[in-house]
Design a protein around this ligand. Structure first.
Ligand SMILES: N[C@@H](CCC(=O)N[C@@H](CS)C(=O)NCC(=O)O)C(=O)O
Length: 289
């Protein structure tokens, strides 16, 4: 636990004591006993904290995340946006591994797609809506947007991330994604995506050696910014970075294909995000790209 978090915890422990039955018992006993009671509550919280990002037992967050044959290998670009956003806020969520054909598991939460976040069992769906929900609900924690201007610009980047990053990467890795899926999901993925592209997944991916050159070129606006500042969000990453990073992490998890050259500033930026939050994304299984 960091000092700040420890301080926050101590403050909330004190407030629990002040407002509880325990307070009635110890009220007449003086400040030393009240402090001891607060420390006992704090110890109780601390023993429940399982990781750096684990929070108090009052919090209940669950995240449906897309996986394939390996349940410990989440790969959706949109779920990765949410994973990074949760870590940025210092929140942990229980992972609920979800596969393409398990529609009935998320249908009751009003969605056919993931991510689906449950907060105290209330669903929040679509990665952008989840980010804004976390920003507003946990407003006292590190900001995902850095104010309303940042939120507005991130909205545009969200669309750029969907179209230029996810859309740009998809034809480069599409047939590799299949190798991560079991037979039922692979059949669903092939049928639904071949209908979307109007050709076989292998045909879509056959032009990837030329396609990756065009993709790298499309990153030039981001590359120019990264020559002047370490992150899209400025000195430290924020949700704008996570939007774009989600796409790269999706590719890293599902495909050995090298999207970036090692001397590209975008490559160096991706390395830093792989290392963020104690290497959370790098520790997640993936290919050495
Ligand atoms: N705009 C949505 C997109 C979510 C999305 O497309 N999720 C994919 C996984 S990467 C999904 O659940 N697809 C289900 C399917 O294709 O049936 C968001 O940002 O959350």
């Amino acid at each position: 636990m960091t000092g700040v978090r420890d301080g926050e915890l101590r403050a909330s422990a004190s407030s629990v004591v002040r407002s509880s039955y325990l307070h009635i018992v110890v009220a007449g006993a003086g400040e030393a006993i009240q402090n001891a009671a607060a420390a006992a509550v704090l110890d109780c919280f601390a023993s429940l904290a399982m990781t750096e990002y684990q929070e108090t037992p009052f919090m209940s967050l669950k995240l449906f995340e897309l996986v394939g044959t390996d349940a410990s290998r989440p790969f959706s670009p949109f779920c990765w946006r949410t994973r990074m956003a949760l870590a940025h806020k210092g929140l942990s969520a229980e992972t609920l591994p979800w596969r393409f054909t398990e529609k009935s598991a998320i249908a009751p939460h009003g969605s056919e797609k993931v991510p689906v976040l449950l907060h105290h069992d209330q669903p929040v769906v679509v990665s952008w809506a989840i980010a804004t929900y976390l920003e507003d609900k946990f407003a006292d924690r590190p900001s995902l947007f850095g104010g309303e201007g940042g939120r507005a610009m991130a909205r545009m980047l969200n669309a750029w991330g969907d179209i230029a990053i996810v859309g740009g990467i998809f034809p480069l890795i599409i047939a590799d994604i299949l190798k991560n899926l079991d037979a039922v999901d692979a059949a669903y993925f092939r049928q639904s995506r071949e209908a979307r592209f109007g050709k076989s997944l292998e045909e879509v991916m056959s032009g990837r050696d030329a396609g990756v050159v065009a993709f790298r070129k499309s990153l030039e606006p981001m590359r120019q910014a990264l020559k002047k500042q370490p992150f899209i969000g400025a000195a430290a990453p924020n949700y704008a970075d996570y939007i774009v990073f989600g796409g790269f992490q999706w590719a890293r998890v599902t495909s050995p294909f090298k999207l970036l050259e090692a001397d590209d500033p975008v490559y160096a930026w991706r390395e830093k995000l792989l290392d963020a939050f104690d290497g959370m994304a790098r520790k997640s299984p993936g290919h050495a790209v």
